[in-house]
Each structure stands twice: as C-alpha cells, then as structure tokens.
Design a protein around this ligand. Structure first.
Ligand code: ZN
Ligand code: MN
Length: 476
C-alpha cells in the first residue's frame, strides 16, 4: 500500500520585531503577556503596520525553494474564534500568496536525490499560546499568553510527494537547514516550527494530523497514523476523512472535532493592508550560498568525501566550524575528525559547536598530522578539551594535555622492548599466527597497546610484531 504524505509547515521568522507592530520577538525568557501592545492584542481601532524585514525574509525562503514569486501578494482575514486570537481573525494570505510552484531536493529512502514539490509559500501572523493547567487530557483551566501573538510566520505547503515518515522527517531537516542558511530561522528555538501533515493510503481518504511541534514528532505521528490506517483497512472498514491531533507525550493521534471547511473561514482581503508588489522585490534579492552548493564546494575545493560533505553541510554552524578549521591545515583530516569524532562527542555532551575552541582543534589536528600523537591519543585530548569547554572553563592547549597525560607517541624504537616482551610472554599466539591464523596478530597488538597505554600507533605495532616473529608459514 503506497503511503501519500503532504506537509504544511509553519516556521517563525527571526525578525527583531513582530509582523504588524514594534513588540520584540525575543520573549522566551520573559513572563507571559509582557511583549504586547494594542496591535498584537487585537484591540479595537488598532491598525497593523507591516514589518518590511519579515517580507524580505519570506521572499528569501520563496526563492530558495525555487518558487515563482507572484506579481502581487495580498493579506487576507481568516475569521474564526479562539481565545488565542483576540481579534477574531488571523491575518494570513489566501488566494494571492507570496509564491507558488517550487521544489526542494531531499535524500530519498533509497539514497538518491528526490524532488519534493512546493505548492505555495505565504506569510501570516502567529496566534497567542494557550497554557493548559491541570492533568493530561483534562485541564482544569487554560491561561493565554499573547507574547507569541503577531510573530511572523512563513507557511510552506508541499505537494503530496512524500512516501514515508522518514522522508517527511528528512524533508523537514533539509528545510530547516535551508532556512538557517538563509539567516531567517533558528531551529533551536522551542516552538519555532510546527507541522500539520496530510496522510492517506493510496485510494483512501485524507487524514490531517495537526499540532506536531517537534522534529521527531513528525516521524512518530506519521508512523502511528500509518499503522492505524492499515489496521482500519485490514478490518474491512474505510478510513474516514478527518482531522486528528498528535499527542506528543503518548505518541498517538486522536480524533478531533470535524474540521471547518474553507468557506467557514469567510476569507476576505485585509482592508487595513495594501497588496504587496513582490515580484520585483524578489528579483532583487541575492541569496547566500545554500547547503547543496556548499556540499559541492567542499568536495571540489577541499576534496571532502560526499558523505562527509553531507554531514558537515547539514548544519550551518558545523559547516562554518569546519571551514574555519580546514583553512589552517589538512582539510581531509579536518573533515574526518569533525564528522566522525567531534560531532559525536559534542552531541554526547549536548553542547553547541560554538563552544568548541577552534584554535585548540586546529592544534590537535596539527599534532595528528605530524604523527606526534595517535588517533586514540587524539580522542583523549579532544575529550579533555570538550569536558572543560562544556563546563564553561578554558581548556589547556592540546600540547599541554599531551605532556600532562603523557600521550606523546614515542619513536618506534622505544617500543622494541615492549614487542620483545609481548612475543616472549605469548608463545601460543605467536605460534597460531605462524600457523596461518591472522587474528592472532590482533591479540598480540592488543597486548602491546596495553603495555604502551595507547601511545603507539596500532598499525605500527602490527608491523613491528610481524617483523619480530616473521610471516605465517615461515618458521622463525
Ligand atoms: Zn505588539
Ligand atoms: Mn497557517
């Protein structure tokens, strides 16, 4: 059964002020209802004043998603009553959005590139936020916070081109990266991205899952919904057309009251705002380098492998960090260490890449490049640096750490006695190796590693042991 998924994604744009008033958007650490004014509270007689920067940001998004920007866009009123919407209507765009017919390339389930079509991109204002007080599904009462009311949103609607929950998640991750490269979105902001997903089995009715507010949630909600719809079909019933809510904490979707029809909203052009002439405005915008172009450049300019380039460019801050450290050394070594080692250590500590001192990292790469430490020693140096940085301290330099922990790779000769000791104390393994069991060599190398406390390069130790005991089949 083919799964058909389309997404509607709302993203908060990172302007300094709200869409129609001068209230600051930086409300997350402030008490409720402290970033409000008559306009974003929707008081009678107040008039919206459009934030030029928000339109500029939205046009960047439309262009980066390869959309056609329309000649004119027009704000419209979407009428409905809800406590988080004190005006009784949301200012959005309806039949004249900013842009239509775009696309975004993502990695498909089979690893190839896949083009996901974008139906439309439009702007609207965020409503306020309800805080339900009480337990679980039965709140005792609800509070409303208007700090979020009037935050500029961009709504991105895709065609039903996605075929699995994993693809949907990958689309959202790719979109997030693209928006961050454009400098219009902060993916770490809580509640900055919200998704409604339309999902159906081929030939079945469309179910809309609303209210998904985390990156992981999208995949979870869709996976749940596929199982649910398959079970309905298996029992010989039909999936009804409906709206469902995703309950993040329980990982399930539940039926919501029947959805309003489009005409229930009584859309009409917003009389307090003029239509916007956006095409020429859009034409004049010059986009920064986007993830796909940066991947190509990393491969061409630095010789980075395609998979490393994908990892590095998947996050703007990581790509910038790599570029900073690659400029001062061996870019391929830098790519390997950033993608394969540093990122894992950073995620493990739940720290931001910005906290990693680039100068220290470059010095570490230089020690590795000059083979003054082994890979294993390098990891130990890196962990020491990150532990200190994560605490907010100033870490020692890599050379100081190498000296203090005695991690320096001694010259090969210094290990001669260790090799002799290992060969003498493990006659059985030596004999096994000579009799043609190559795995016996790993055991001997392990013994030598233990005695050198990781200061020696395992490849070098293997070479020295073979030299000492001879090759298989040759009697020593
Ligand atoms: Zn305001
Ligand atoms: Mn919307």
């Amino acid at each position: 059964m083919t799964v058909i998924i389309g997404l509607e994604i709302h993203c908060q744009l990172t302007t300094k002020t709200k869409l129609f008033c001068g209230c600051s958007t930086d409300y997350r650490n402030d008490p409720p209802n402290t970033h409000t004014c008559p306009i974003c509270l929707g008081l009678p007689g107040s008039l919206p004043c459009l934030n030029r920067r928000a339109v500029e940001y939205a046009l960047r998004v439309a262009k980066a998603l390869n959309c056609t920007v329309l000649d004119e866009a027009e704000f419209a009123r979407k009428n409905y009553f809800y406590p988080d919407l004190p005006k009784g209507f949301q200012i959005t765009m309806y039949d004249r959005p900013l842009a239509v017919d775009g696309h975004l390339e993502i990695e498909a389930d089979d690893g190839t590139e896949k083009r996901i079509r974008i139906t439309r991109v439009h702007m609207e204002e965020d409503p306020g936020r309800l805080v339900h007080v009480g337990s679980g599904d039965r709140p005792r009462y609800s509070l409303v916070d208007y700090n979020r009311s009037g935050i500029p949103l961009i709504e991105i609607v895709t065609d039903p081109d996605l075929r699995s929950p994993k693809e949907a998640r990958r689309f959202i991750n790719t979109l997030r990266t693209t928006l961050e490269y454009l400098g219009v979105f902060d993916g770490d902001r809580e509640g900055g991205l919200r998704v409604d997903a339309n999902i159906s089995m081929e030939g079945g009715s469309r179910v809309e899952v609303k209210n998904i507010s985390s990156y992981k949630g999208v995949e979870k909600a869709l996976t749940f919904e596929i199982t649910r719809q398959r079970n309905v079909i298996r029992r010989g019933l039909t999936v009804g057309r409906e709206t469902r809510h995703f309950l993040e904490a329980r990982g399930v979707t539940t039926s919501a009251r029947s959805k309003e029809e489009e005409h229930d909203y009584r859309y009409f052009p917003e009389p307090d705002l003029r239509p916007l002439r956006v095409r020429e405005w859009g034409d004049a915008i010059v986009l920064p380098e986007l993830p796909a172009a940066r991947r190509v450049r990393f491969a061409e300019a630095f010789g980075v492998s395609p998979s490393h380039a994908r990892t590095l460019c998947g996050d703007l801050k990581i790509a910038d960090f790599f570029e900073e450290v690659a400029a001062c050394g061996d870019p391929i070594l830098a790519a390997t260490w950033v993608a394969d080692t540093l990122l894992g250590e950073v995620y493990y500590r739940d720290m931001e890449i910005a906290r990693v001192p680039a100068g220290h990292f470059v010095e570490l790469l230089q020690l590795l490049r000059k083979k003054e430490i082994t890979d294993k020693g390098g990891v130990e140096v890196l962990r020491t640096i990150l532990d200190e940085s994560a605490k907010g301290g100033v870490p020692e330099t890599p050379s100081a750490i190498v000296a203090r922990l005695n991690l320096g790779k001694a010259a090969g000769d210094a290990f001669g006695p260790v090799i002799r000791e290992v060969v003498e104390s493990c006659p059985a393994a030596v004999q096994d190796f000579r009799n043609g069991k190559p795995e016996a060599l790993n055991y001997l190398v392990g013994q030598a590693m233990k005695r050198t406390r990781g200061r020696a390069d395992p490849k070098e130790l293997a070479r020295m042991i073979r030299e000492a005991i001879g090759e298989p089949g040759v009697t020593g």
